[in-house]
Design a binder for this molecule. Structure first.
Ligand SMILES: Cc1ncc(COP(=O)(O)O)c(C=O)c1O
Length: 387
């Protein structure tokens, strides 16, 4: 039996709880989906045109393994201008196939068999499976609604053992929309320095932040040398399908990641890299407009859930809100299944993001204002049956 020959680790990995609902919703008509985790704006036209021009005028060959120098220079300048992050484009930046590849590579070059990696719970769906695929052990660090789902130094320290090698997190956060301010990060940085722990910080939502400024943990004293910063073009410039991201960090870590990348990938798509050069050069006004629109929707959806009687903390980043639904007496899974069946609204069960997400659902506002308002009307009708 061929199944017996497969790597047993794969059987242990659960399929993504997000995809399950997408698949059901895709077969139904008239569904209003707040399940989506990608921008609903098209890539800016000049960026699309730059991608096309690269194919017709610049050729379609591989680029350098680490990515086009023009792009690495653009990323270096962008990170410095926007977030005070300083990385040498020659030695400290690797262009990857989305932030996804960067997460995988960073874990693979850091983790050895049995090493523990701390992962906030609830957290982004790919981290724990990626840790496991790197032969590590993902250890959940709980975050709570009472703390606005911020990660705390105390919760981290409580989970540290002699085997803890690294922590991976993403703020602004998927699925909660939580953000971390400099003060929170300072306390965490002190704990991580004390225990000699590496940080993988996925900052893919850094531009999607409302009313406050994003701080990267890598900018705090003594942290750049133990931190890999990961980001990408998917969310900031609405470029999910272009599959382009990057990792920045200490030269030794980026060198190690490059080694794996050159064997398994070669180089990120050439046309996407040229499009990304254009995005960094001229795309910021688009980002600003998009963020303003997300902010309007954010306020409507949060107020909408609260008006319906749900407890919903204020998300200050990304494009998700994370209302508590447990007061209706339903599990996250039941809520989502029954809501989809009865009212054709798709949201994602909080439990898809870890045990700490049970009792909550993730509703994305990367969907039109009209969709959001319609979904809220339907959710009101649905929840009346449970009051
Ligand atoms: C936190 C987080 N990291 C990474 C990704 C994947 O990004 P990319 O499209 O750059 O691979 C996502 C996508 O939803 C995400 O939410």
């Amino acid at each position: 039996m061929i199944e017996q020959l497969l790597n047993k680790k794969i059987a242990e990995i659960k399929p993504s709880g997000i995809r399950k609902f997408f698949d059901i919703a895709a077969e139904m008509e008239g569904v209003v989906s707040l399940g989506i985790g990608e921008p609903d704006f098209p890539t800016p036209l000049n960026v699309r045109e730059a991608g096309i021009r690269s194919i017709t005028e610049k050729g379609t060959a591989y680029t350098a393994n680490v990515g086009l120098l023009e792009l690495r220079k653009g990323i270096s300048k962008y990170l410095e201008d926007r977030f005070h992050l300083e990385y040498n484009p020659q030695t400290q930046i690797l262009v990857t196939i989305g932030a996804s590849e960067a997460v995988d590579l960073a874990l693979r070059v850091i983790v050895e068999a049995g090493d523990e990696v701390l992962v906030p719970d609830p957290g982004y769906v790919s981290y724990a499976p990626s840790v496991m695929l790197a032969s590590g052990v993902a250890v959940a660090v709980p975050t709570y609604e009472e703390d606005d789902f911020r990660l705390t130094a105390e919760a981290i320290e409580a989970q540290i053992t002699a085997k803890t090698k690294a922590i991976i997190f993403c703020y602004p956060n998927n699925p909660t929309g939580a953000v971390m301010e400099e003060e929170d990060l300072r306390k965490i940085a002190a704990v991580l320095r004390k225990h000699n722990i590496l940080v993988i910080t996925d900052e893919i939502y850094a531009e999607l932040i409302y009313g406050i400024k994003h701080t990267s943990i890598a900018t705090l004293p003594g942290m750049a040398e133990r931190t890999v910063v990961i980001s990408g073009f998917s969310k900031t410039f609405s470029m999910t399908g272009w599959r382009l991201g990057y990792a920045c960090g200490p030269t030794s870590v980026i060198e190690a990641m490059k080694k794996v990348h050159q064997y398994v990938i070669m180089s990120a798509p050439t046309m996407s890299q040229w499009a990304a050069v254009e995005a960094l050069e001229s795309g910021m006004p688009f980002v600003k407009e998009m963020v303003e629109e997300y902010d309007r929707r954010r306020q409507v959806i949060v107020q909408g859930f609260r008006d319906l009687g749900f407890s919903c903390f204020e998300p200050k980043g990304a494009f998700y809100c994370f209302p508590r639904i447990s007061d209706l007496g339903l599990s996250s899974d039941d809520f989502c299944e029954k809501l989809l069946e009865a009212e054709k609204v798709a949201v994602v069960p909080g439990s898809a993001f870890g045990d700490g997400g049970e009792g909550f659902v993730r509703a994305s506002y990367a969907s039109s204002m009209e969709n959001i308002k319609e979904a809220l009307v339907r959710i009101e009708r649905f929840s009346q049956n449970y009051k």
